[in-house]
Design a protein around this ligand. Structure first.
Ligand code: ATP
Length: 235
């Protein structure tokens, strides 16, 4: 087991955003969290990253308890968050944004060779490495946000709605990127509302409704479920 959440409850002041959520990500898996807006999906990812505190429950990474750790300690363990809306530094270049992904690493030579690998995989970023991140297209910005995450050599990538604002063709590209990342040994926890992306890249999923897991299991079975179809359409 790579990641395990046990009975996680989270409040924002008095409002309960997440209610007793338990979920697991196996080593090497791509797991989805799906459901309508406001269901608490982003909040779960933020809790794993140490950005919001738990009211109740526990989070384990490789059997080690991580709730209560500082975000930089969690990053150091290899858990990297690619946040909703990409959160790039728009006035900095593509290269500078990528290098920020490696800010906790000391292995300078390996950082340079990782940059080469990324530029080979994503030639569009190489062509634009001097360009300010804010001038990239939506799809390019998502790629950059993912690559910035990869620069820290993660073990687990937390992806928050990467398909947001992207065209179907770019979402297809994104699916291929997520599969390639996973083939390279990185596990993924993907928060999404795009049913076809979830269906294509995940093995297992959890359906969240107003902060609670209402269904979980094999993704093909989940996708066939009426409740899931309603959750996607009813967002
Ligand atoms: P979306 O797909 O719209 O991002 P989500 O499933 O990721 O939705 P969250 O963003 O986790 O849902 O929000 C869960 C609940 O917590 C919502 O009711 C939201 O209004 C509330 N919430 C989120 N962030 C805060 C905050 N900083 N302060 C107060 N309430 C918040």
């Amino acid at each position: 087991m790579l990641l395990k959440l046990k009975g996680v409850t989270i409040h924002y002041e008095t409002a309960e955003a997440v209610k007793g959520v338990s979920l697991e990500v196996d080593e090497g898996a791509v797991v989805g969290i799906i459901g309508a807006n406001g269901g608490g999906k982003s909040t779960i990812l933020k809790a794993i990253s140490g950005l919001v505190p738990l009211t109740e429950g526990e989070i384990y990474f490789k059997n080690e308890r991580i709730d209560g750790l500082a975000t930089h300690e969690i990053v150091n363990l290899g858990i990297i968050h690619v946040p909703e809306g990409r959160r790039l530094f728009p006035h900095m270049t593509v290269l500078a944004n990528l290098k920020l992904g490696a800010y906790l690493r000391k292995d300078k030579a390996a950082i340079e060779s990782d940059l080469e690998v990324i530029f080979k995989l994503f030639p569009r970023l190489k062509d634009r490495y001097h360009q300010k991140a804010g001038t990239l297209s939506g799809g390019e910005q998502e790629m950059l946000a993912i690559c910035r995450g990869l620069m820290s050599r993660p073990k687990l990538l937390l992806m928050d709605e990467p398909s947001l604002g992207l065209s179907p063709i770019i979402i297809e590209e994104l699916a291929k990127i997520i599969k390639d990342i996973n083939k390279n040994g990185i596990s993924v926890l993907l928060v999404e509302q795009n049913a076809s992306l979830v269906n294509e890249v995940t093995d297992r999923g959890y359906v969240l409704e107003v902060g609670k897991v209402v269904l979980e299991g094999n993704i093909t079975e989940l996708m066939a479920n009426k409740l899931v179809q309603r959750a996607f359409i009813g967002g």
